[in-house]
Write a protein that binds this ligand. Structure first.
Ligand code: MG
Length: 389
């Protein structure tokens, strides 16, 4: 039996441990990144307290997660299907409810507004949502700077660069690696006639369907170049893409003196997720095995095939033009990828569609947030119209 003093001390320690835990909310907890983030958190359960979980329609899994991780709040598209946590909106999750960091792991433009709310509330962001920076990097990054908010990238390439950079003013260029996807050494004809299954058979990474198709066309790398430009305030001319099929070197930077620093690791999303949500601390976590150079044996690098992967060129051009171009490119690409996944168009038609729609695009130099959503909506509608003909 505990004495009264022992009981009080034990209670006091429990309170201190609870206070020391980092309070986290996850937007997109049932998606690929969200599920892996919960695996990371499970391995570090003395370090985190989950405040809120948000999902879309997968309420079965969300409720399972609620039972296991006991968040106070939850969001799902259908409020009535949440059990065991209080329903709040995405925007409320990003408001002042005691969260230290929010992992934005939803896919698509739905992540943008809540992220801005979180930044306005001074909450740090672990960012796994590409659209936030591709669509509104010029709004999001200055706002984060103004509010003193950290945006820690989850994407393995940007996470690698984040780990390599000490002083951005001394960096000469960013070197982003690309695995090359399933069509790296396939002919243009083979790629043109690719089935959905072939496009989804990524050789290295296990990801969601949309991003896997983007990896097959290399549009994913194009989006990452735009993200890197915003995250690290780097000119497009100083962002280089190199194909590295083994996905061991996750990206690198070259300093002005010619020194190159790269971040290496086994291709597991657990590592960058954990880095982003525990930054600046590091823990052993759920690391499955130690890194061994001799087991890796070789690392290959090659120039991307700009002819075959035209998307990369398109993304650089849109990024350099800036303003509304990346918004339009992203929206058209997403709709075209969905059409490909439904078997309505061929893989190369994704690229043709993006090119066609960009030619028709009416440029806006500095779109506001409302204009960004409007451009996105219009580009999607016009893409669907084009694809239905
Ligand atoms: Mg990536």
């Amino acid at each position: 039996m505990l004495s009264r003093t022992q009981f009080t001390v034990k209670n006091f320690i429990c309170i201190i441990i609870k206070l020391m835990k980092r309070k986290i909310s996850i937007l997109g907890s049932t998606g690929s990144i969200g599920r892996q983030a919960l695996e990371v958190i499970e391995g570090l359960d003395d370090k985190f307290e989950i405040i809120a979980l948000a999902a879309g329609h997968n309420t079965d899994l969300l409720n399972e997660q609620i039972r296991k991780f006991k968040p106070k709040y939850a969001y799902a598209d259908d409020e009535s299907k949440i059990f065991g946590a209080k329903y709040i909106t995405l925007d409320e999750i990003c408001s002042d409810i005691g969260t230290d960091i929010i992992l934005v792991a939803v896919s698509g433009k739905i992540g943008l507004k809540p992220t801005i709310t979180a930044i306005n509330n001074g909450i740090d962001i672990a960012l796994a949502n590409k659209e936030t920076l591709v669509m509104a990097g010029d709004i999001v990054m200055p706002l984060a700077k103004e509010k003193g908010v950290n945006i820690i990238p989850v994407d393995s390439e940007h996470c690698a660069i984040h780990q390599c950079i000490k002083d951005i003013s001394q960096v000469e260029k960013l070197i982003i690696t690309a695995s090359g996807g399933p069509f790296l050494h396939k002919s243009v004809t083979e790629m043109k006639n690719a089935t959905v299954e072939q496009a989804l058979a990524h050789p290295r990474w296990n990801m969601g369907r949309k991003i896997t198709v983007d990896s097959a066309t290399l549009m994913n790398k194009g989006l990452e170049v735009i993200e890197a430009h915003h995250l690290f305030a780097m000119d497009y001319d100083k962002i280089q893409v190199v194909v590295h099929p083994q996905s061991i070197v996750h990206s690198a930077i070259e300093y002005v003196d010619g020194s190159v620093i790269a971040q290496l690791g086994l291709p597991s999303m657990h590592i960058p997720i954990q880095y982003a949500i525990t930054y600046p601390e590091r823990y052993e976590g759920i690391k499955s095995k130690s890194f061994s150079f001799s087991e890796i044996a070789r690392l290959d690098f090659e120039e991307p095939d700009w002819e075959k992967f035209k998307t990369l060129h398109i993304a650089y051009e849109c990024g350099k033009l800036g303003g509304s171009y990346p918004v339009c490119m992203n929206a058209v690409n997403e709709e075209a990828v969905f059409a490909f996944l439904k078997g309505k168009i061929k893989l190369f038609e994704i690229i043709d569609t993006v090119e066609k729609m960009l030619e028709l695009h009416k440029f806006i130099q500095n779109p506001s947030l409302d204009e960004i959503f409007e451009i996105d909506k219009e580009a999607r509608a016009k893409t669907l119209e084009l694809l239905s003909n």
